[in-house]
Design a protein around this ligand. Structure first.
Ligand SMILES: Cc1cn([C@H]2C[C@H](O)[C@@H](COP(=O)(O)OP(=O)(O)O[C@H]3O[C@H](C)C(=O)[C@H](O)[C@H]3O)O2)c(=O)[nH]c1=O
Length: 186
């Protein structure tokens, strides 16, 4: 790798991607995606969908979302403006870290992204106003395969840094994990 540095995190397959900024007197160039470089950390398909979101109010929470098999997806999540507390949760059936979570601060300043494998739920809380996120997805969006877990799930006990200031009605009503949930077969 030469434009990215990948750090494997505590949950197998989850990586923190540090993007290199090539700066000069005009400003900088940074590579947001590179299939050649990211193949080494498991990104084997092309990008099926690219999403851009703006989240206006600091403290807003989006998630926790995933797509059910067979349309589970790998995501590269980047923060292009502002700062977020980015959370990935291991929902993989049989994973030694099943139901464990990991968070990183992604920001315009630190030029970092999270590479999230299939079988994970993802969510974030904004730590600034006017956050813009860019998502590379290996699968197209399929509303009928959307899944979600409540951000407040007692089985996960995720720490969120701020009081939640905004949450979509869908996210407010996301279910808690049932005792019989064995995980996603990826
Ligand atoms: C995800 C998605 C949504 N949509 C439509 C569905 C709704 O009409 C509207 C907003 O969707 P939603 O409220 O699910 O958006 P987010 O809450 O930002 O969801 C995302 O945020 C969490 C943190 C993620 O990790 C996922 O990438 C994604 O689920 O866009 C699309 O048309 N295409 C898409 O790929």
């Amino acid at each position: 790798m030469n434009r990215f540095t990948a750090t494997s995190l505590s949950l197998a397959g989850l990586y923190l991607i540090q993007r290199q900024k090539l700066g000069d007197s005009r400003g900088f160039l940074t590579r947001l995606f590179c299939v050649e470089e990211l193949r080494t950390v498991g990104w084997i398909n092309s990008i099926a969908q690219l999403n851009h979101t703006l989240t206006i109010k600091r403290g807003t929470l989006r998630g926790l979302h995933f797509q059910h098999p067979p349309h589970g997806e790998m995501k590269l999540v980047s923060c292009l403006r502002g700062e977020v507390w980015d959370v990935a949760v291991d929902l993989r059936k049989g994973s030694p870290t099943f139901l464990q979570w990991h968070a990183e601060i992604l920001s315009e300043e630190n030029n970092r992204a999270m590479l999230i494998p299939r079988g994970f739920a993802h969510g974030f809380q904004t730590l600034s106003d006017n956050v813009e996120m860019l998502y590379c997805h290996t699968e197209a969006y399929r509303a009928s395969f959307e899944g979600g877990v409540n951000f407040h799930d007692k089985k996960l006990e995720i720490s969120w840094p701020l009081e939640v200031t905004e949450l979509s009605p869908r996210d407010q009503n996301l279910p808690m994990l049932e005792d019989r949930f064995e995980g996603l077969v990826i």
